[in-house]
Write a protein that binds this ligand. Structure first.
Ligand code: NAD
Length: 261
């Protein structure tokens, strides 16, 4: 099968939640897509999206906490498609606990997956973007990249870190046609949010419904969860709109008014 001349998008953590919505959006536009994620049925999820939109794709169950697997995924993607024009560093994990009880192994995993992986993937793809004088890098940060919440020390640290990394990339990439931006969502109801409900119930001594209303939606001015499609559209604005080539180094809040406080 011949490789499409259309742009190629690599999205980490794209077999679930926000990453999957971003992949579906680019698939609708006919882009080649490199999928990644640890969902056991990830290969089928990726193939289903690719078949539905008749696009070229690759799927890697690469572990984003392992720099060697990240490098290998980047190299194989470049080999297949010749270029990765848009990189979306999206894979992420969460853990909720008071700082004195926070397991070291969870701290390390969160920093590795949410922050270090973006560095390793960007480093591997940067030379090709620089040579072709075009690149769009989107880092899915969080409202927690701009403000903190208790019991999320590692997550907040990783997300503040990735906002800083984004701004540095913007400064280094400008002369080479590479833009870098962060998207900072408020609460989006995906598995990462669902999975933290039991721990949130424990640390706050609340019921499930109280956690939803009094923890998750408390800070949103608009009292609803943000949709995965809204986040995907904001990514598209940063890569494909008329403003994209001159919008760089920003942290775009799509957070229902959370950080307006
Ligand atoms: P999700 O749990 O649905 O998706 C996370 C994806 O990351 C999955 O595909 C998972 O397999 C992948 N992943 C996790 N660890 C990995 C690893 N070691 N190697 C490779 N892939 C790995 O959650 P989501 O809400 O779609 O989260 C996507 C991003 O959005 C994350 O960076 C998250 O921090 C961020 N975010 C989410 C929210 C929210 O409310 N859902 C808010 C702000 C930011």
């Amino acid at each position: 099968m011949s490789v499409s001349q259309l742009k190629t998008v690599l999205i980490t953590g794209s077999t679930s939640g926000i990453g999957l919505a971003i992949a579906k959006m680019y698939a609708q536009k006919g882009y080649n897509i490199v999928f990644n994620g640890l969902e056991p049925n990830g290969a089928e999820i990726a193939a289903e999206v690719a078949t539905a939109h008749n696009i070229q794709h690759l799927f890697f169950p690469a572990d984003m906490s392992d720099p060697a697997q990240i490098k290998d995924m980047a190299e194989q993607s470049l080999e297949r498609f010749g270029t990765v024009d848009i990189l979306v560093n999206n894979a992420g994990v969460q853990f909720v606990a008071p700082v004195e009880e926070f397991p070291e192994v969870k701290w390390d995993a969160i920093i590795d997956i949410n922050l270090n992986a973006a560095f390793h993937m960007t480093k591997a793809l940067w030379p090709k973007m620089k040579a072709q004088k075009f690149g769009r890098i989107i880092n899915i940060a969080s409202a927690h990249g701009l403000i903190a919440s208790p019991f999320k020390s590692a997550y907040v640290s990783s997300k503040f870190g990735i906002v800083g990394f984004t701004k540095t990339l913007a400064l280094e990439g400008g002369e080479f046609g590479i833009t870098a931006n962060a998207v900072c969502p408020g609460y989006v109801f995906t598995p990462i949010v669902e999975r933290q409900i039991p721990d949130q119930m424990k640390v706050h001594n609340m019921t499930r419904e109280e956690v939803i209303q009094n923890v998750f939606l408390k800070e949103h001015a608009v009292k609803e969860f943000i949709t995965v499609e809204a986040i995907a559209e904001s990514v598209l604005f940063l890569t494909d709109s008329a403003a994209a080539s001159v919008t760089t180094g920003i942290a775009l809040s799509v957070d229902a008014g959370w950080t307006a406080h």
